[in-house]
Ligand binder design. Sequence first.
Ligand code: ATP
Ligand code: MG
Length: 277
Amino acid sequence: MPPRTPTSDRSTATRRSAKGTTRDSGPTTIALANQKGGVAKTTSVASIGAALAELGRRVLLVDLDPQACLTFSLGVDPDTVESSIHDVLTGRAEIGDVIVTCEEGVDLVPSTIDLAGAEAMLLPRPGREYVLRSALEGLDTAYDVVLLDCSPSLGVLTLNALTAADALIIPMPCEMLSHRGVGQLLDTVADVQKILNRDLEVWGILPTLFDGRSNHAREVLADVGERYDLPVLEPPIPKTVRFAEAPAVGRSILATARTSKGAQAYRDVATSLLARL
Ligand SMILES: Nc1ncnc2c1ncn2[C@@H]1O[C@H](COP(=O)(O)OP(=O)(O)OP(=O)(O)O)[C@@H](O)[C@H]1O
Ligand SMILES: [Mg+2]
């Protein structure tokens, strides 16, 4: 795939009609979730999505966070999108009608701050955890993979993601305090597997913000898989300032710092996922 030019033009994302194409087989849907904030969920969704697109896969990203950081970081202005995941979850729009195509080579279901009200709106509804799943089943565009960017909570929106997903990846920085809450997340996953989505698989922990010079980070990395009895995806994603720069130009680090170690690490993770899609 040719290099893409970084841009600050947020109007370049175009509305896409999802009609007219047939779905060959269902996509693999992967939720990236951790109720702890700032663990690189959004960065990982954007970067793994961009890497899978580079590898020729058809990728849909879904922003399930009212903060709309994924939407913003892919060059779509959450304040001006006409319709969003909120409209889909509240039954006002079909998912195919809110998809926008991003320069990153991925499609996006954008979020807006309206989504903050969706939890309250969904709560009294029967089958509230299945709303996203049925919306995704209505997709009539063929995708190979759908990545769900969860908000830092274990509320109804995250339950919707875990119910819709085939797999869960848990981004986790290699720091002691980042462990807090992983047990609670895994308890929630066990409940989801029992009640809502038997097929949900935990693909593992994705170590993020990894500082290879720190003994502490290396110890946490060595211990984390055994502690939770989970696979640890490789390689760990290095901590680098290049990540902070990317969202400002509406592209992922794969476009803004193509050859950086961070971009390469996400490409390697994406390649390791390919066999499971
Ligand atoms: N490998 C990295 N090296 C340095 N900074 C990073 C790296 N990954 C992410 N960041 C930065 O860390 C911050 C948090 O990342 P991000 O928004 O992806 O986390 P998040 O888990 O989605 O947060 P939230 O829980 O608020 O949704 C951002 O400023 C991002 O640019
Ligand atoms: Mg986020």
